[in-house]
Design a protein around this ligand. Sequence first.
Ligand code: COA
Length: 631
Amino acid sequence: MKHWQLQREDSGLVWATLDKQDAAANALSAEVLGEFREILDQLDIYPPKALIIRSGKAAGFIAGADIQEFTQLDTADKGRALVERGWTLFNRLAAVNYPTLAIIRGHCLGGGLELALACRYLLAVDEPGTKMGLPEVMLGIFPGWGGMLRLPQRVGPTAALDMMLTGKTIDAKRAKRMGLADEAVPPRVMEQAARQLVFSGQARRKLPLLQRLLNGPFKAIVANGARKQVARKARPEHYPAPYAIIDIWAKHNGNALAAPELIDEIINSSTARNLVRVFFLQERLKAFGKESSFKAERVHVIGAGVMGGDIAAWCALRGMTVTLQDQSLERMSPALQRADKLFARRLRDPLLARAAFDRLIPDVNGDGVAHADVVIEAIFEDVAAKHALFKALEPRMKPGAILATNTSSLKLEDLRTVLEKPERLVGIHFFNPVAMMPLVEVVEAKGADPAVVQAACAFVRQIDKLPLPVKSEPGFLVNAVLAPYMLAAMAAVDAGISPETIDEAMLAFGMPMGPIELIDSVGLDIALAAGKQLAGGAEPPRCLLERVKQGQLGKKTGQGFYTWADGKPGKSNAGAVPSGLALQLVTPLINRVEQLVAAGMVADADLADAGVIFGTGFAPFTGGPIHFRNK
Ligand code: COA
């Protein structure tokens, strides 16, 4: 066999180890599943005392079905055959009469978790990389290999639907708590623990009565609730898969083969095709981080404003030791408070949150500069102030350390003139809110050292963001394409269309937030300044000028285009959306993306699509602005 190894111990225990040939991660391709079928054939002939399935890759257990193969599903028959392949095989695994166990270490996603769920026991290895989930919905499809049947049986339908409809993953401890894993053990004892568990004869934890009822006679009630929840986040015409998941679970006991018309509809949907495209775009962005072996341990951030403070907190969350510099502790205090909340929310464990907080060190004197592997400048946008700062920083920095600026509006070529080694300055441009936005633009000034740009991309990956190399031109990619879109939205306000109608038009198009609400969130003063820089001298919209004059700056002042209360805009009824409005508003954005691709802002159109999706939330199911136009 190419991908699996079998070892039989004298005790009669068989170890099946998956190490997919020539691949960084284990994906369940047709070939890998074919070999697994042969294994089950062999074990039918010589039944083992027990079977343990594990991964031969340090990175993780199994990353799901082979997504490459999804791109070849050009007929309905092929789609149904793909579902049938895993569904039948895993049913067969679930039915063998010897005990089976999967050792889950690292990622265990999609088909990987479905395979593990078909085993009698699931042993989770408790280490930071371990995460289990059914993320199919993010690819526009459903977990058709038994996940929709077995996950609700194992953890109850509420928790299972939550995982299947959001694609979110859970760690080893949580998996144990919710009954997904039978045990969670540290790596050093995992094999011993697996042996004990597989021979233990231990019965599967029984689902509490309520959950059994919800997974039985009360399914329809749960399904209705779930449909309502999904409807708040995703419209069926944009994202049909979550609705299909609910239906297949509720009406077909998780068996998609019982609803072949749904398989055809979902697998052939443009949404699924485009979301698979987005997955591969994301892989391209990730790959930029693989070109350098640079690894940071210490980061120094200067400027504890919204951006600097949140960048520092994010780096600490991702395990770095971070020094945060500003003129006084008082100035840093709001940033530290936000960091505290972020750690509590994201880490959900007081000890881990405490450790993250300890890694974020206020540093008024800038002592961290000398030890930092990455220094990020995030002070106010003023060339003279940045010059003075860079002059002071450069001689104190370690020789190989990255010197980065988070500027969004100044040219790196102007900022670096005071440096001994100007080629070392790179832009690492984050988006607000830092914790939410996956993209980071890595800005390459003319004549920059390519090794520095690659190292900056590696750093961006290290903190689990997606790097996009861009050229050093005003607005880079993301802000430059947002500007004409926001201008078009405000021109529509000037033409008498209500903000509510404009926002509704773009929500119906598939944007995560309407452009007017976005302007209110960003701040009208900032929109005005950015507009002046990016609009090529065009007159700012009347509606914007008037509000800025009156100090109505949006969310932060409580009044902008909307009146804000409790962090939410008060909106009245949007009314009927004029036909063609969405296209009218989005066209300037798409035009600008095309111009920027032609001008070489990014290497190609696919990367521009990736940047606009991950940097602005541009409707992912469209596959990106240029893909949308060319479809
Ligand atoms: N199918 C095919 N290839 C896959 C894959 C899958 N399900 N999952 C990962 N890979 C490949 C990647 O394309 C990449 O290939 P490369 O080495 O040629 O660049 C390689 O495995 C490593 O993945 P990468 O994403 O760079 O590593 P990571 O450590 O950052 O992330 C995962 C690993 C598994 C978390 C991430 O790849 C992922 O989310 N995969 C998809 C999971 C999924 O949606 N599964 C459900 C499928 S139905």
